[in-house]
Write a protein that binds this ligand. Structure first.
Ligand SMILES: [Zn+2]
Length: 476
């Protein structure tokens, strides 16, 4: 009989969605939780926390982000779990450490079966849209899963390297268009916008670089001239793809980076003002962060990020503004993996954040930052360079301390340093040998807990590989 036949797959998907909606309504009735109408997640590529006024920069590069910070919970010790783009962004979207998903490079792919923020919100009836302007985040990365609309249109080409990109003004325009569509039909909307501009080469409008040139060149090493490297690594010199117009002095590049930060801040300001004018932000969650920072000479790494786990690279800004959330500061150590349960909790209520069994134990390293957190000194976060560095590097940040491990070439002996968080210079290993030992054990535990997933790669054509190389990521 007809009604005994198994329903077609599309019908099952609809039934499943209806069930989720029904459960969501029951949950709403029981908990009194009311979903905000809008969740805006803004991520900026390659943005150091210490270049925001809200994190102590005195140059006034980021008036718009500083204004957002005034109304937000500001996380003072937020860390990315990885030193480069795709693994970091994937951890935000999945709540899982990148290696647990098999993500070791920018050419990796998030497995299809992975639960993501967009999938979860979509299941709960939200509209979902994304605008990304870094080519490694394009649809083939798997990040598009769960998004109704995924705009990875990058028709611009950077002059010095030919890599695809989209500049901040076009990113903002695309985001405004996406928001307009996403917020229709009376549904809640999740919009993710990723800006690319502070990523090298640092090529802001001339006046924005000029505003910082004299100051940067007057610094102690500002007039130092660096060799131009034959590769994109950045150890000891200027990465090939960063080299601009015959300039070799440190001040020129640092001024360019500061100019890019100003440039993107102004465009984020325009995005927020426009969405506000449209009434979209009156009952909205607004989250701002970066996928990683940038080394501007720290550890002799110049204008690059993947290679190290220095504070310049792994300490990222994190701001959360949400209805009913008291603005202020959080000083405890948090990781970008925490955003997945936190945003689900803010958007759908605390019940929604719970991991499902299929996610395995690693998910439990991600914490809902709106829930009751353990005491600061009990919380540690794990960091790795994965495939972004020539030698393996790991770190564990806990309380006031940071332990780094790296495996020097050709040596069985690992280089282990116990540092004060925020300072990569002074090795305290001899002062606190027991702490050093216990933190090494924690790194090893996290390596085991996050290992095991098969590495998953995108299928890249020759053209894709040359684009990745042009972006500064060697694939060979
Ligand atoms: Zn990045």
């Amino acid at each position: 009989m007809k009604w005994l036949e198994f329903p077609p797959l599309g019908t099952i998907a609809t039934m499943r969605r209806c069930l989720f909606l029904l459960l969501g309504l029951v949950g709403l009735a029981c908990s009194g939780f009311e979903s905000p109408r809008f969740l805006l997640l803004v991520t900026v590529d390659t943005l150091r926390a210490d270049h925001l006024g809200a994190y102590g920069d005195a140059r006034g590069l980021t008036p718009n982000l500083d204004a957002l910070a005034e109304d937000s919970l500001v996380f003072r010790a937020a860390y990315t779990p990885a030193s480069f783009t795709l693994p970091s962004v994937a951890s935000i979207m999945t709540g899982r450490y990148p290696s647990a998903l098999g993500l070791w490079g920018n050419e990796s792919k998030i497995p299809d079966s992975t639960e993501t923020l967009a999938k979860r919100l979509d299941e709960h009836g939200w509209n979902t849209a994304a605008v990304v302007s870094n080519w490694v985040l394009r649809e083939s990365s798997g990040l598009s899963m769960g998004f109704d609309r995924f705009d990875d249109d990058m028709s611009d080409r950077e002059a010095t390297r030919g890599a695809p990109e989209r500049l901040a003004p076009d990113t903002t325009d695309a985001a405004i268009a996406a928001a307009d569509e996403c917020a229709r039909e009376g549904k809640s909307c999740f919009l993710w916008v990723h800006y690319q501009d502070p990523h090298g080469p640092y090529d802001p409008p001339d006046e924005l670089r000029a505003a910082h040139l004299a100051n940067e060149r007057s610094r102690e090493d500002g007039r130092r001239r660096l060799p131009v490297l034959s590769d994109h690594g950045g150890m000891g010199g200027i990465p090939r793809y960063q080299f601009l117009g015959g300039h070799a002095d440190v001040g020129f590049y640092r001024a360019g980076y500061a100019g890019e930060v100003s440039f993107v801040d102004a465009e984020i300001g325009r995005l927020l003002a426009t969405l506000d004018d449209q009434g979209l932000l009156s009952n909205a969650i607004v989250v701002f962060t970066a996928d990683h920072g940038e080394s501007l000479g720290e550890g002799d790494l110049w204008f690059a990020h993947g290679e190290h786990l220095s504070e310049a690279i792994v300490h990222v800004p994190l701001l959360i503004r949400s209805p009913g959330l008291e603005p202020g500061n959080r000083t405890g150590v948090v990781s970008l993996v925490d955003l997945y349960p936190t945003l689900l909790s803010l958007a759908l209520g605390a019940e929604a954040r719970e991991p499902t069994e299929s996610q395995g134990p690693v998910r439990h390293h991600a914490r809902d930052l709106m829930g009751s957190l353990p005491r600061e000194e009990e919380r540690g976060v794990f960091l790795a360079t994965l495939g972004g560095s020539a030698i393996p590097r790991y770190a564990f940040v806990e309380g006031r301390y940071k332990l780094t491990l790296s495996e020097p070439n050709g040596s069985a002996e690992w280089d282990v340093r116990l540092l004060t968080r925020g300072d990569d210079e002074l090795d305290l290993s001899e002062v606190h040998p027991e702490l050093r030992t216990s933190m090494v054990q924690k790194v090893r535990q996290m390596q085991r807990a996050t290992a095991g997933a098969e590495r998953v790669w995108q299928e890249l054509g020759t053209e894709d590989e040359s684009k990745l190389r042009a972006l500064g990521y060697a694939t060979d």
